[in-house]
Write a protein that binds this ligand. Sequence first.
Ligand code: PFF
Length: 449
Amino acid sequence: MQHRGAWKNRWTFMLATAGSAIGLGNIWKLPYMIGVNGGSAFVLVFIACIFFVGIPLMMTEIMLGRRAQKNPFNAMQQLALEANASTYWKYLGAAGMLAGVLILGFYSVIGGWVLSYIAVSTQGTFHNISATQSAQNFEALLNSPITLIFWHSLFMVMTMSVVARGVSAGLEKANNILIPALFAILLILLGYSMSVGDMHAAYQFMFTFDFTKITPVAVLSALGHAFFSLSLGMGAVMVYGSYLQRNVSIAKTTIYIAIADTMLGLLVGLAIYSLVFANHLAPNAGPGLIFQTLPIAFGHMPGGSFIAVLFFTLVAFAAWTSAISLVEPTIAWVVENTQVKRTHATLVLGIAIWLLGIAVSLSFSTWKTVTIIFGLGIFDTLDKLTSTIMLPLGGLMMAIFSGYVMKKNHLQDELNLKRKAYQIWTVTNNYVAPIAIFAVFIYLLGLVS
Ligand code: PFF
């Protein structure tokens, strides 16, 4: 076995895991999902999912990784052996690695959109832009596979070159620089939105809770998004946990990370919606919200071009630190089981994902009519398959494994919780989270059949 990396301290672990969690999910997906799912009702359900399902399962996933100190595949195998259970559990680790690869296949294409928008913003293109022009620009990008592939390739190179360097020189260093930079840019943006945007309208839209607006679909998407947003259910957090020292409190660190992730998503949402409402734009634009709607707002505001560059840089940093965590489980698996060098493994996996991303890039134009499952195109298939099925299912299995397969003394030993906290974790991990995920699956089956 080749040398395994380790985080220098608790702080670098927190930055890296927050880096994994904070990504396109917070800045691109959450704001548009809030818009599409009726605003505050969705926010409320999302927060509930983070607290009752996300936090306990993040603790579980970190705990599994740290106990085994191995990649997700070998970790599950070893923990199953330790619990005298079937080693088939290792396939849970394998499924997670696959999910990471599938996610990066589309994630890196959206990362590419973001890079292209940084380039476009620097040219002052948004100045006084009309709604139609902005929509046309976005359409033009989607309809130009060559441009999409170019930016997707650049994003893949950025991602893989960090992963190739390993835990300390790559992952740790990138996160140590990018995450503080990301928070600094966020603060500037928020200050800007407060001064020129309509914070009041944004606040009302997101936080005046109206329970009657909660729909089953909103609950379904909120739960799936809680998993996606916290990077749960696929081994990313598990492998990060496997590089963590024994003396760090899992509960405390998890709570900080989950709060940072959720707060950041909500603050970005406020910043975006206050600009959207100040410019009388519609909040429910869907995936085009930050690419189509926001530029109109930027184009009509003082210093808008500069702010646009800052904003898209923020999104790019966030996407980058998440993307590296999507491939780390698989790379760790190769490095720990074969003689293949990390750099070589990264190159081969990078090429495979790059090819997948090319298919995704084509799915917006040339391959628009190609459908994979349930009449969904390539991009939607990857997105829905991973965030509504694979991640919650992975989370469910991890909850079942820790709650019903592992030995209690091993759990306590690793989680190291006081009595009350342990009880709360047990109830949420063993009952609340599995029942919630199960209920959502039953509902999904009903929708499909
Ligand atoms: N949490 C990331 C985001 O919100 O953009 C996406 C993600 C990264 C999901 C890593 C899953 C994962 F393992």
